[in-house]
Design a protein. Structure first.
Length: 467
């Protein structure tokens, strides 16, 4: 759940306004919140009538902030971000888009009727589907996702010429499928389109009816190719022609890429898809020479190991998350001005990072593969750090016990000394009495005291163009 990962995805500041920076042209001014209330509070009495007004409804199903001042302030920030998003969406002419809130405490019945089961989540209601938005709650990120993935894209995009083919080839950060069919009316294309609706907008589907485009993609009629992110060569979906169910099953069996990029619009979705409670995370700034070089090494390793279902590397470009950099550096104990790769526990942030000498000693592809094999085999494990901490605690306890024993020994020795002194004093008193009784004897008795030696113990402390 989203709450389980708050240690690393802390949204300290939400972009409420893009600022009032004037660039000299009104058309280039970024929007500011105009103060008008556009976000609806949805409840049992009004939710049906409000949602009927819009072609698309964006609903934030949120936890009740309660009496906590910090929670109330956080909710105010989130609400203002939604207000700014609603203001921008209000200017969109093609669709009427509304934004609403549902309180998980006061309006749980409404959420249940709408099929919402996970609070602190944003859901987008369209005419025929409900899409969960798994990105950052910021006005710019939300609006971008709505435009890019919902409003401006069909479940299947058609490639009809060389320019569109080039655009398809330039997409490398997302899972994508492409199929070659006779026409829109083909039953095999219809099955492909039905499967696309199951995964829209998270997985990209393309199709062509053009034999030249199909030849450039090396596609046979009714065949579908599956591309992992950052992979030049696709996997041919076996068993053509396919039913919708066969395509859906294949995609579900292959929807965790070997290398995938964490982005503001998909950050929660990716983080929740861990492998045995862990993530292999690589930080690399693509615009930096060292970061670019390391990213190319990651791509090579991913391509060489694409058949390994247990290997999934999450690439994070620090430029995409400037507000989170100090938090990550503090949490992981790393310097993000250099490339890093490590294995991280998804629930508690325990981590182990490959030593790359501050980016001066990038690993080769073979060296990185060896390190990844140690991670997958469990030889490198963040939990080992917990065991070391426990051992340190045990050592401290042993030291405390030793100190207590030493103190007890010292006390016993002191008591023995006191007893000896008392005995000596008694002897002296008896001698004095004898001297008083016998006046003729002038002999004095000398008494010797024995001291015990005390032993002290030392404490041991112990990452084309054409077709």
């Amino acid at each position: 759940s989203r709450g389980a990962m708050k240690w690393t995805w802390v949204l300290v500041v939400v972009l409420l306004s893009f600022g009032s920076i004037s660039l000299g042209k009104d058309s280039l001014d970024f929007p500011e919140y105009d103060g008008k209330d556009r976000v609806h509070d949805l409840n049992a009495k009004n939710y049906k009538s409000v949602m009927k007004k819009y072609d698309i409804m964006v609903v934030y199903y949120h936890d009740h902030p309660g009496s906590s001042r910090a929670a109330q302030r956080q909710f105010e920030i989130e609400e203002l971000a939604l207000e700014l998003a609603a203001q921008v969406l209000d200017e969109f002419d093609d669709e009427d888009i509304g934004v609403g809130l549902i309180d998980a405490k006061h309006d749980k019945a409404v959420a249940k009727k709408l099929g919402l089961d996970e609070s602190d989540s944003i859901f987008v209601f369209t005419e025929d589907e409900v899409i969960e938005y798994d990105g950052e709650l910021a006005a710019d990120t939300l609006v971008e996702a709505l435009f890019q993935f919902i409003l401006l894209s069909d479940p299947v995009e058609i490639i009809d010429n060389s320019k569109e083919l080039k655009g398809f080839k330039n997409i490398e950060e997302d899972i994508k499928l492409v199929g070659y069919f006779k026409s829109h009316k083909s039953e095999h294309f219809e099955a492909f389109a039905d499967a696309a609706e199951e995964f829209h907008p998270h997985i990209l589907f393309y199709a062509t009816f053009n034999p030249k485009v199909a030849k450039a993609l090396d596609l046979k009629l009714n065949e579908v190719d599956f591309y992992e992110p950052f992979m030049d060569e696709p996997v041919v979906v076996p068993g053509k022609p396919y039913s919708e169910e066969e395509l859906v099953k294949f995609i579900e069996d292959h929807d965790r890429p070997t290398l995938r990029k964490l982005q503001p619009h998909n950050m929660y979705e990716i983080w929740e898809d861990d492998v045995d409670g862990e993530h292999i995370i690589a930080f690399a700034e693509e615009s930096d020479p060292d970061g670019f070089e390391f990213l190319e090494i990651l791509k090579q390793v991913a391509e060489d190991n694409t058949d390994n279902p247990d290997l999934s590397i999450v690439w994070i470009d620090p430029d995409d998350f400037p507000l989170l950099l100090p938090h990550w550096e503090k949490t992981f104990g790393i310097d993000l001005s250099h490339p890093q790769i490590g294995v991280v526990e998804a629930d508690d942030a325990d981590s182990v990072w490959l030593d790359m000498d501050d980016g001066e000693d990038l690993p080769s592809a073979d060296e990185l593969e060896d390190w990844l094999e140690d991670v997958l085999s469990g030889e490198i494990d963040p939990d080992d750090d917990d065991d070391d901490d426990d051992d340190d605690d045990d050592d401290d306890d042993d030291d405390d016990d030793d100190d207590d024993d030493d103190d007890d020994d010292d006390d016993d020795d002191d008591d023995d000394d006191d007893d000896d002194d008392d005995d000596d004093d008694d002897d002296d008193d008896d001698d004095d009495d004898d001297d008083d009784d016998d006046d003729d004897d002038d002999d004095d008795d000398d008494d010797d005291d024995d001291d015990d030696d005390d032993d002290d113990d030392d404490d041991d402390d112990d990452d084309d163009d054409d077709y």
